[in-house]
Design a protein around this ligand. Structure first.
Ligand SMILES: Nc1nc2c(c(=O)[nH]1)N[C@H]1C(S)=C(S)[C@@H](COP(=O)(O)O)O[C@H]1N2
Ligand SMILES: [Mo]
Length: 509
């Protein structure tokens, strides 16, 4: 008997839903790296052309990930319906489609950068569930003749089966999500450890570290507002107790550190402004935190980096990887950290719990590895980092820059007369010595600077300009502590960071 089209499609969709639900449940037990759906989305990110990934980054780290997962979900839904529709008479064609989908998930898990052998169980369970449910439902709806007169109608049997499978799939998905949730307790423990630990604390912030009342950001960015950039579709949920870091490669002595080893080393606190290379002029992919952590340089010295090594390659639990120039990390006063704390608490999951790298003066993409689990002394010739492979520069020193935070174009419409212009400026690891503002291409006027906290952090500025009624273009430029003025030449973020003087158009009236 031929199954009607809608019923056939429903059988396919239910079978795939059951497969995904089973996969999520097993992934919750075995680890997120084994979830086939996630692995497929992840593979899409890895194989996507650079322009697509950049576009994704422009959408914002949360939205692009959601869009990608939805896209994969829609493709899967269509494939599931097709599997059903091809099987209106016999189950075999649909089963073949399911096997195709299953193999895709299998391959994605197998070639995932975080692959472990046990992870293969998940796509196998998902595939087995999918085929089993498909065959069972198919048999149910294509059985010849009506069921016994006193039994439930075919429609009722089908509705019952559909509801049951749907609910089981949902329960599997929710169960897997709950099992795989980030290590909440472990974070609370680390926060408590940090509060009790002997930390060489950073000095208290001076009273005028920011000009918030004039519209600048706060000097320290609250963790919830700290910009976020990464390619992790699912935040790794490592427990601190399970974490370890291997330092190996071109070194005299390989080191392996557990979280307890790390915490037993001298802990320091350091204010550092992190910036993303893809931040456009005027953008907000820049934030500052008070990081607590262990100095990286003594660890490198202990391991004994061999001559010839010029890159410290770092890998994260989610399979991302980058390379940091070793000469920078080995500078006696660079102050690179393996950070465990951020503004007085354990790192938030999205910012690298339990351990990340922080290197003052370098863009995040070459230095700020979150969820770091491996460090390898190597050469730039020998290994290429994730973003280098996608066209970004090898070394990523942060370029001197500034941003105008007030007035906000299109939002603030100050009355003609004196208008406060305020913002932030940065030249990490060098420091800011001057910020100037000009109106409509007129003479530069020097702005007041906030108290300097450290040369590794941003510095706020403000000044008052007199604006006649009408439209005005306000520009700013920063000068670093060596006297070098930020370049006027405009450049795109790709390949090594945007440049140009920020400008806002203001209407007074
Ligand atoms: N594991 C991992 N670490 C990563 C990234 C990533 O994609 N994966 N992105 C880097 C980039 S490009 C930046 S700008 C910083 C951002 O750190 P944040 O999200 O804590 O602000 O993290 C870096 N560390
Ligand atoms: Mo970045």
């Amino acid at each position: 008997m031929r199954i009607s089209r809608p019923v056939a499609a429903l059988v396919g969709v239910l079978a795939v839903a059951a497969a995904v639900g089973a996969g999520q449940l097993v992934a919750g037990l075995l680890g997120p790296g084994s979830a086939p759906l996630l692995a497929v989305s992840d593979a899409v990110v890895r194989l996507a052309p650079a322009w697509l990934v950049r576009f994704g980054e422009a959408l914002g780290p949360e939205r692009d990930k959601l869009v990608l997962q939805l896209g994969v979900g829609v493709v899967l839904l269509v494939a599931a319906a097709v599997a059903g529709l091809l099987s209106r008479s016999a189950p075999q064609p649909g089963v073949r489609v399911l096997i195709g989908l299953g193999l895709t998930g299998f391959a994605a898990v197998l070639f995932s950068p975080t692959f472990a052998l046990l992870d293969l169980v998940t796509p196998l369970v998902a595939l087995g569930t999918g085929i089993g449910v498909f065959r069972w439902l198919h048999g149910l709806v294509s059985a010849p003749g009506e069921p016994a007169a006193d039994g439930p109608s075919r429609r009722a049997v089908l509705a019952g089966a559909a509801g049951g499978v749907g609910l089981a799939a949902l329960a599997g998905g929710v169960g897997g999500w709950a099992l795989g949730r980030p290590a909440v307790n472990s974070r609370a423990d680390v926060t408590a450890m940090l509060r009790a630990a002997p930390v060489a604390t950073a000095p208290a912030l001076p009273p005028l570290a920011d000009f918030r009342e004039s519209g600048t950001p706060s000097f320290l960015t609250p963790n919830a507002q700290f910009y976020r950039i990464d390619v992790a579709l699912r935040v790794p949920s490592l427990q601190a107790a399970d974490w370890s870091l291997r330092l190996h490669g071109m070194v005299e002595r390989e080191l392996t550190l557990t979280f307890a080893d790390l915490m037993s080393r001298p802990l320091v606190e350091r204010d550092v402004t992190l910036a993303c290379v893809s931040n456009p002029v005027g953008g907000d992919l820049i934030s500052t935190a008070r990081w607590t952590g262990v100095e990286l340089r003594p660890l490198l010295l202990e391991a004994g980096v061999r001559p010839g090594a010029d890159q410290l390659f770092s890998r994260s639990a989610d399979g991302w990887y980058t390379g940091t120039p070793l000469d920078v990390l080995l500078e006696p006063d660079r102050g690179a950290l393996l950070a465990v704390g951020m503004n007085g608490e354990a790192l938030p999951p999205q910012h690298g719990f339990p351990v990340r790298m922080v290197v003052p003066g370098l863009y995040g993409y070459v230095s700020a590895t979150k969820w770091v689990v491996e460090l390898e002394a190597t050469t730039f010739v020998g290994q290429q980092s994730y973003w280098l492979q996608r066209g970004w520069a090898e070394r990523g020193p942060i370029k001197t820059g500034c941003r105008i935070d007030r007035p906000r174009p299109g939002v603030d419409r100050p009355p003609a007369g004196p208008v406060v212009v305020a913002g932030t400026a940065w030249a990490q690891h060098t420091g800011i010595s001057r910020v100037e503002v000009r109106v409509d291409g007129g003479p530069w006027q020097e702005a007041e600077l906030s108290a300097e906290v450290s040369r590794d952090t941003w510095r706020m500025w403000r000044t008052t300009v007199v604006l006649p009624p009408g439209e005005h273009r306000v520009e700013a430029r920063a000068t670093d502590a060596r006297g070098v003025v930020q370049t006027e030449e405009t450049a795109d973020p790709l390949p090594d960071g945007a440049t140009g003087w920020p400008a806002v158009v203001v209407f007074t009236g």
